[in-house]
Write a protein that binds this ligand. Structure first.
Ligand SMILES: [Zn+2]
Ligand SMILES: [Zn+2]
Length: 217
């Protein structure tokens, strides 16, 4: 059975997710842990629950989602998987990290590029990767069908959507991708977003002011 543990890290209040199952194998998605306390919080949960991380995934590579990549890679010796269109975005982070107040940011490199639709396996768990660009050019969403769990990154939020004014962003692309990819999932799928509280596909179809039934924007 899939378990989802969430942490909220760094001044952007970014949600970091740790996915694991009964085998103890785990995947870390978007580690935003920057300072020592945040890294310890993540590491203690992993050690206390005797988990074994096998993979590091980024939904996309904005700074708030990758601050802990280097720590996770070094500590757990796991490969980093991203979509190819995020490679440039990841590489750019070191050029602006200091300006954003993260002088100790350490660059990390992707070890594998995930193609949309690819199945990602850990323990007995299979995740599907859905391509939902628009907030970022290579944004992926990780979907676990059996538990109706969706790790959404910065695509769909509770009554909001990801911003599209950053490099590689495009508003129409995001609206279309949410409708063609995320809104095809069952209504009771739980979305664990990159910021803020969880929501469901059905709730957002009804109430989201950007992509819902009565969209106002
Ligand atoms: Zn983002
Ligand atoms: Zn974010």
């Amino acid at each position: 059975m899939l378990e989802v543990k969430s942490f909220t890290f760094n001044p952007f209040s970014e949600n970091t997710y740790l996915l694991y199952d009964e085998t103890g194998e785990a995947v870390i998605v978007d580690p935003g842990c920057y300072d020592k306390n945040e890294q310890v919080e993540l590491d203690e949960f992993i050690s206390e629950n005797q988990l074994k991380p096998t993979l590091l995934l980024n939904t996309h590579c904005h700074i708030d989602h990758v601050l802990g990549n280097a720590h996770v890679k070094a500590k757990y010796k796991v490969p980093l998987w991203i979509h190819k269109h995020e490679e440039q975005i990841l590489r750019a982070v070191s050029s602006y990290a200091s300006n954003y107040g993260f002088p100790n940011y350490q660059q990390s490199q992707a070890d594998l590029f995930i193609k949309e639709g690819k199945e990602i396996k850990f323990g007995t768990t299979l995740l599907q990767s859905l391509f939902v660009p628009g907030h970022a050019p290579g944004h992926l969403v990780f979907y676990h069908k059996e538990s109706k769990t969706c790790i959404g990154g910065d695509t769909l939020f509770q009554e909001s959507i990801g911003r599209t004014d950053l490099p590689g962003g495009d508003h129409e692309t995001l609206l279309r991708a949410i409708k063609t990819e995320l809104f095809q999932l069952p209504d009771d799928v739980i979305v664990y977003p990159g910021h803020g509280p969880t929501t469901t596909i059905g709730f957002e179809k009804q109430h989201n002011p950007f992509v819902g039934l009565n969209a106002r924007f």
